[in-house]
Design a protein around this ligand. Structure first.
Ligand SMILES: *[C@@H]1O[C@H](CO)[C@@H](O)[C@H](O)[C@H]1NC(C)=O
Length: 291
């Protein structure tokens, strides 16, 4: 009975809205950055597939997967938003695909699966629309350190306060910290923040590193799709040890994190959003080139 209750609790806990990935604004920012870097053939391909010729064609669908997972039809996709790295932060971090991605699937296998569907012309346009929305969303999710961590349901069970409000560690990484940087939760905030990060990639702080972000990126085979996603997950997961839980659980649990903690988190959040946006552009380019 105790076991059953624990299981029921876990199932409920992972179904709570608090388990969403980057909030909508973070996903939209990743998508707007990607729209700034895709090739013109990638832009035409996805504007036509998604039936949206506006500049928002990626950003408008970037959070669809977070609504879908709470529908009866989409419930199966809930485990696709994260990978439960069973590591031991802050002393040791790491993602092990065979240990951490079980039969239900995880964000790594999901990126592989929906890439495969996009590349296979036997699937209907309707299936490829869903696959596109999934890839656009999960390439964002996989950059959020707490989406690549099992501990306390990816930090959902770690109570913290933010600006005096009761919340949890996962939620502040999804939304509060990104919104404190961009200045809001709207699509307009996302667009403005994306433009700042795009400039940083083109001519600012990230100029010298952007090419390294996409080294090894490949959609050529199922194995290379999986290796690409695993590399992204491992990188995000490393920040759980170096930043998210740097001082150990006791330094965050029931603490107010809008001050020094957020100051330390800021550069990581900016980098991860910029990186995943740039990677999404190059990943979609690679898909379109292989279709
Ligand atoms: C792949 O995607 C399809 C379509 O959404 C889904 O039915 C299937 O469960 C997915 N498979 C894996 C291994 O993720």
């Amino acid at each position: 009975m105790a076991r059953l209750l624990t299981l029921t609790f876990l199932v409920l806990a992972t179904a709570l809205p608090g388990a969403l990935a980057w909030g909508a604004m973070g996903h939209e920012t990743v998508a707007y950055i990607a729209s700034n870097f895709v090739s013109s053939s990638t832009q035409s391909y996805f504007q036509s597939l998604l039936g949206d010729t506006s500049g928002d064609y990626l950003a408008s669908v970037a959070s669809w997967a977070d609504s879908y997972r709470y529908t009866t039809a989409g419930k199966f996709s809930a485990p696709f938003h994260f990978v439960d790295a069973n590591d031991n932060p802050p002393s040791s971090c790491g993602v092990d695909f065979s240990r951490d991605c079980d039969a239900e699937g995880c964000v790594i296998s999901a990126i592989q699966n929906y890439t495969r569907i996009l590349l296979d012309s036997r699937y209907s346009a309707a299936n490829r629309v869903i696959a596109a929305k999934m890839v656009i969303h999960f390439v964002g999710d996989i950059g959020q350190p707490l989406h690549c961590e099992a501990l306390d349901v990816g930090g959902n069970d770690i109570d913290v306060t933010y600006d005096g409000d009761d919340t949890n560690l996962h939620a502040i990484w999804d939304s509060d910290i990104p919104e404190s940087i961009s200045g809001g939760s709207s699509m307009a905030s996302a667009k403005t923040w994306a433009s700042t990060l795009t400039t940083a990639i083109n001519s600012g702080d990230y100029k010298s590193q952007a090419s390294s972000w996409v080294s090894g990126l490949s959609v050529a085979t199922a194995a290379s799709q999986q290796a690409t996603a695993l590399q992204w997950a491992s990188e995000a997961n490393a920040y759980v040890c170096s930043t998210v839980l740097k001082g150990g659980l006791s330094t965050v649990q029931n603490k107010e994190l809008s001050g020094a903690y957020t100051t330390a988190a800021d550069p990581v959040v900016k980098l991860q959003i910029a990186k995943q946006g740039y990677r999404l552009a190059k990943y979609l380019d690679a898909i379109v080139a292989a279709i």
